[in-house]
Write a protein that binds this ligand. Structure first.
Ligand SMILES: CC(=O)N[C@H]1[C@@H](OP(=O)(O)OP(=O)(O)OC[C@H]2O[C@@H](n3ccc(=O)[nH]c3=O)[C@H](O)[C@@H]2O)O[C@H](CO)[C@H](O)[C@@H]1O
Ligand SMILES: [Mn+2]
Length: 342
């Protein structure tokens, strides 16, 4: 009897020790994993959370509750602002964001004959794009030797990164997602607060500033802002990961401009890159390449801020009623002449 009792006690003690060992072991493991995740896998994004501070004594027009744009929507159904001329006060917004000591990374690609657009892009950016803010341009090109000298203002810099030439314009355009993902992960962590990724066959004609900043920012495409969603050029084949069925979709977003915080744009570019690769492995290319995947991403990850087509307009000489100012627009080009393939 006594023997049996002792045996039971020993068994229970043994069980407790075993449980303890297993627990410690697991705990140790999960600790290690966390450390690995924090120090190696997850980059440290710069995060400034200092609120929207205003300076004492700053004078600006009274915000009016009953006065504003009535010809356009300035808020999305998920309550994100849509930025149009007349929806913000540039003096006030600059004063708020200047206090945050921000760096805006801005990427642009110029391969093959698209190097001809670099000068106009950079020179006009000096005039209109985040004037007075620290801006770091990253230019990806297959011909670093043909990048023109552009005089940059104080606190503004340009880094040229060489990439390999590609034979199809579709590949050049799509490949941007992978290059951006790597740039953000390997170079930008700790170096910038926000990033904008822009087409190079463009120029700035009006202010593009701090009103555009947000966690995840999409630009409404200049050709579809007035169209019913059935007419959006989303990918309509279910075989593609960019597929958006009829009856779904919010806006049609431009592939030529998007931005946000490093963390959000890292996730966006990584997801689009992965989906482009899976599509390629299944021998399908979305109808508008990465723009189709971007539209799918924005359907499932709603932008926290939307920029009106003022921020990616058709061309400086094109007119449409709601566009009171052209800030950034396509430069006309002869597709057959500038692209490496038809
Ligand atoms: C206004 C807008 O939303 N435009 C999008 C649209 O056509 P786009 O006609 O604007 O495409 P595009 O020919 O400008 O190509 C997109 C970008 O790829 C780069 N590039 C392209 C070809 C080349 O030979 N060298 C080179 O550097 C360059 O940065 C260019 O700005 O659809 C593309 C995808 O199919 C992209 O999503 C574009 O952003
Ligand atoms: Mn373009």
């Amino acid at each position: 009897m006594l023997l049996r009792q002792n045996f039971l006690i020993i068994l229970v003690l043994f069980g407790m020790v075993l449980t303890g060992v297993i627990y410690l072991n697991n705990y140790g493991n999960s600790c290690n994993q966390q450390i690995i995740e924090r120090d190696v896998i997850k980059p440290k994004w710069m995060q400034k959370n200092i609120g929207l501070r205003s300076s004492p004594g700053l004078l600006y027009n009274q915000p009016r509750v009953l006065v504003g744009r009535t010809d356009v929507a300035s808020v999305s159904p998920w309550s994100s602002p849509i930025i149009w001329e007349g929806t913000f006060d540039s003096t006030l917004i600059d004063s708020i964001y200047k206090q945050q000591n921000l760096t805006i990374a801005t990427t642009v690609f110029a391969l093959g004959k698209y190097t001809r657009f670099i000068k106009g892009f950079l020179e006009s950016a000096e005039q209109h794009y985040f004037v007075g803010f620290r801006v770091h341009f990253y230019l990806f090109t297959d011909q670093p030797e043909s990048v023109p000298e552009v005089k940059m203002g104080e606190n503004r810099s340009l880094t040229v990164l060489k990439v390999q030439s590609l034979n199809r314009w579709q590949d050049i355009s799509m490949n941007r997602m992978e290059k951006l993902e790597k740039l953000i992960k390997n170079e930008l962590a700790g170096e910038a607060d926000y990033i904008f990724c822009l087409d190079v066959d463009t120029m700035f004609y009006g202010r593009w500033g701090a009103e555009s900043l947000g966690r995840l920012v999409g630009v409404i495409h200049p050709w579809f802002f007035d169209a019913p969603r059935g007419q959006f050029t989303y990918e309509r084949r279910p075989e593609s990961l960019a597929y958006i069925p009829a009856g779904e979709g919010d806006y049609y977003y431009a592939g030529a401009a998007f931005g946000g915080t490093l963390e959000d744009i890292h996730n966006l570019t990584k997801t689009c890159r992965e989906h482009l690769n899976i599509d390629a492995a299944n021998s399908i290319e979305a109808v508008w390449q990465e723009e189709s995947h971007l539209n799918k991403y924005f359907l499932l990850n709603k932008p926290s801020k939307l920029l009106s087509p003022e921020y990616m307009w058709r061309g400086i000489n094109e007119r449409a009623a709601p566009i009171k100012i052209v800030r950034f627009a396509n430069v006309p080009k002869n597709y057959a002449e500038v692209r490496p393939n038809a």
